[in-house]
Design a protein around this ligand. Structure first.
Ligand code: UD1
Length: 351
């Protein structure tokens, strides 16, 4: 019998890539997603890649009674990977309660029902945003958690605390929080990838949309940072490497004989790239020239951050394998797939 894994937010960017890796590793995947920031036809891409269409449930995790029905039906789930959350930093500043309600209530509902139905394992989707601008680089899991810059970031910090406190109180629950650095790229097939609805906030979708002619030019936010070329530095990690780490985290918990355990891992490559270096990597790996201009800094951005991945490398036996060129080439392949299927997707990027 295949072990059942619930992937919340499974039609989203990281969720869909993780669903693929789980299926390829022999798990049965169930997806709950309310499609607030994704589309159901992502499941077709997952099916084309794996030959399996995961069972899909369209509802909101904040609906406790609907979620209770789901748990009753699937109380044999082996683990939950919880991706479903709002993630736009700027929007969270404008609508904090929307973010607190959605991101925290959904997590609380899941933890409550995990206790009630004895589903013991959760992987939680956290972010390097919890470190703010670290004093020391690279940033390890022991680095101090700084006051969050945005309600979005705060929901990640509070969520980690909710998980920690719940695990202390409820025996037989295990959790792993994965703090992602900057996930980019797409599946090698080009059949799934990041699908921003409206104008993208993040760098790489903005790059690929500009290269595809959907945007006039990319704005580089600031060239007066204390970095070699003046632009901000991030640790970009390929989404497939990230997805594989989730499978390893699930397998680690399934093997774990301890009743209760709470762990945190950084997921990055350990390498920092500036915005200009990312642009250069995009141009050299795709052969496409990018139109960009330097503008002022974006409020709330940190100057530089990259991961110390020693703990994840040693404890999980996981290491990011794909380089920045592969990240750019696959992101571009996905953008070209979107362009070739314009009737289905173009409307999404228009605003
Ligand atoms: C952002 C969030 C982070 C969140 C992550 C995932 C902020 C401040 N941080 O990370 O909390 O976990 O997304 O959603 O929003 N850039 C440009 N031009 C653009 C877009 C980005 O120059 O059009 C630059 C940014 O200034 C930054 C880098 O590219 O230096 C990466 O930006 P982005 O992809 O938005 O990620 P983060 O800001 O690192």
């Amino acid at each position: 019998m295949k072990k059942k894994i619930l992937v919340t937010g499974g039609t989203g960017y990281i969720g869909s890539h993780t669903a693929v890796e789980l299926i390829n590793s022999g798990f049965e995947v169930l997806i709950i997603d309310n499609l607030s920031n994704s589309r159901e036809d992502v499941l077709e891409g997952v099916e084309q890649i794996t030959g399996v269409r995961p069972a899909f449930y369209n509802f909101d995790l904040c609906d406790l009674s609907r979620l209770d029905d789901f748990f009753r039906e699937h109380s044999d789930m082996a683990a939950i990977i919880h991706f479903a959350a709002y993630k736009a930093v700027g929007e969270s500043v404008e609508k904090p309660l929307l973010y607190y309600r959605n991101n925290l209530v959904s997590l609380i509902n899941l933890l409550e029902l995990m206790g009630k139905y004895h589903v013991p394992n959760m992987v939680f989707s956290s972010s390097c945003t919890v470190y703010g601008q670290p004093e020391k680089l690279p940033v390890s899991e022991q680095s101090p958690i700084l006051p969050a810059e945005s309600p979005y970031g705060n929901t990640k910090q509070i969520s980690e605390e909710i998980i920690r406190d719940t695990l202390k109180a409820v025996n037989e629950l295990r959790a792993i929080s994965l703090r992602y650095f900057n996930p980019v790229g797409a599946h090698d097939s080009g059949l799934i990838g990041e699908l921003p609805l409206g104008v993208p906030n993040n760098l790489v979708p903005f790059i690929t949309q500009t290269a595809a002619g959907l945007r006039d030019e990319l704005s580089v936010f600031g060239d007066d940072y204390d970095t070699p070329d003046g632009t901000a530095i991030r640790d970009y990690i390929h989404v497939v490497d990230l997805a594989k780490a989730h499978v390893i985290a699930v397998e680690r918990m399934l093997k774990n004989k301890q009743k209760s355990s709470c762990e945190v891992f950084n997921l990055g490559t350990g390498n920092g790239y500036s915005v200009l270096e990312v642009i250069k990597a995009f141009e050299s790996s795709t052969g496409v020239k990018l139109k960009y201009k330097i503008v002022g800094r974006r409020a709330g951005d940190v100057e530089k951050v990259w991961a110390d991945t020693t703990f994840a490398n040693k404890e999980l036996g996981w290491k990011a394998a794909r380089d920045i060129n592969n990240m750019m080439a696959t992101a571009w392949k996905w953008q070209q797939y979107l362009m070739a299927n314009k009737d289905r997707y173009l409307v999404l990027s228009q605003e």
